[in-house]
Design a protein around this ligand. Sequence first.
Ligand SMILES: N[C@@H](CCC(=O)N[C@@H](CS)C(=O)NCC(=O)O)C(=O)O
Length: 219
Amino acid sequence: MSEFIVHAIPGSPFGRAVLTALEEKGASWRLSPVAPGALRSPEHLARHPFGRVPVLEHSGFLLYETQAILRYLDRVLPNPALTPAEPKRAARMDQVMNVNDWYLFQGVANVIVFNRVIGPRVMGLTPDEAAIEAAMPKARAVFEELARLLGGQPFFAGETISLADFIVAPQLAFFTQTPEWPALGAPHKNLVAWLARMEARPSFKATTWERVSEMAQAA
Ligand SMILES: N[C@@H](CCC(=O)N[C@@H](CS)C(=O)NCC(=O)O)C(=O)O
């Protein structure tokens, strides 16, 4: 199996979703680090015309959009399967992945996590408290809905782990580092227990911001 190259900024939660899936599959992969200031460089725009990360490169095939990448990996590396065979469980997986992209990331994580964690750490920014406050009503609704969808199941699509778990967990891991976590995540004991299960997996331990930053330095 040829090597998978992941073009990503170390710390990117979407990038981490891809890296954890590769780890779960036991694939050979390497990081091609993208500097935050290089997202709009001609070199990166040639890979991703919208100037974002991650981008997967596999035997000359370039693919952006995390959901597409995760599903591609699940097809070319079928073991272990990360998509349920049962249609309703697969639909739940797809639904949660879209909740992640449309409601958790847009207007919630890209405001709260950006202002609290990424902006200060990467760009030395001061958090915009008004923007964070404005994002809280939507954030509460998203966390409530994620908790409802998870319910009493071990994973979002049921008994077995799926791509949905790998796309959401890196986002929630960042929220635990914010002062908003006690209001947003902590009240939902099922989400807290699920995140602990995800973070205990070797694939998550292998793809922390620190570990991926070390890889970027060595690349
Ligand atoms: N829909 C894209 C979203 C990717 C995305 O927004 N990535 C963030 C990093 S986690 C990014 O590139 N941000 C740079 C920017 O917004 O300029 C995907 O699923 O891959």
